[in-house]
Design a protein around this ligand. Structure first.
Ligand code: HEC
Length: 137
């Protein structure tokens, strides 16, 4: 079989797509890009939702902390020396890490329990995020 005959037999057709095919290809590309963009946006909103820890922290706080620190963090519980979380100045200068450490280790002999072993890391970070929201501006 000569090269020529091979080509006429198995000619795959024009290499360049026809106008219609090209439009179809372009719109497929657009649909794909649109879908991809949608996924990216979805991913980001999921990400920020997962970071919105204060919401979960409220449940932890109400259950484990409010008995001492008070529903609003005002510190009117049964032990003495309770900080007032609703006052902006109380936690203002402390970093999240400071608060996390305090919640984890508690205060030696102060009445503030150590929550390590009772609350996992995520729950302790969540509750830290939540007590930040108690400060009235
Ligand atoms: C048995 C009572 C009691 C319970 C329950 C309790 N705390 Fe405390 N907490 C205290 C006392 C008393 C202090 C002040 C003394 C100190 O800082 O050690 C304190 C201090 C703190 C501080 C330090 C505030 C500052 O000004 O540095 C943080 C943060 C805190 N508590 C968070 C929590 C969280 C979160 C929970 C729940 C997981 C909780 N506490 C549960 C009694 C309690």
């Amino acid at each position: 079989m000569s090269n020529n005959r091979f080509l006429t037999r198995f000619n795959p057709g024009p290499i360049l797509p026809s106008k219609g095919e090209e439009v179809a290809y372009r719109s497929k590309k657009l649909i794909f890009l649109g879908f991809f963009g949608f996924l990216v946006i979805l991913g980001f909103s999921f990400h920020s939702w997962a970071q919105g820890k204060a919401v979960q922290g409220k449940a932890v706080y109400d259950k484990y902390c409010s008995s001492c620190h008070g529903r609003q963090g005002e510190g009117l519980g049964p032990v003495s020396g309770l900080p007032n979380f609703s006052d902006h100045a109380t936690l203002g200068k402390k970093s999240d890490q400071d608060l996390f450490n305090k919640v984890t280790m508690g205060g030696k002999g102060s009445g503030m329990p150590a929550w390590k072993g009772i609350l996992n890391d995520q729950e302790r970070w969540d509750v830290v995020a939540y007590i930040r929201t108690l400060a009235k501006p």
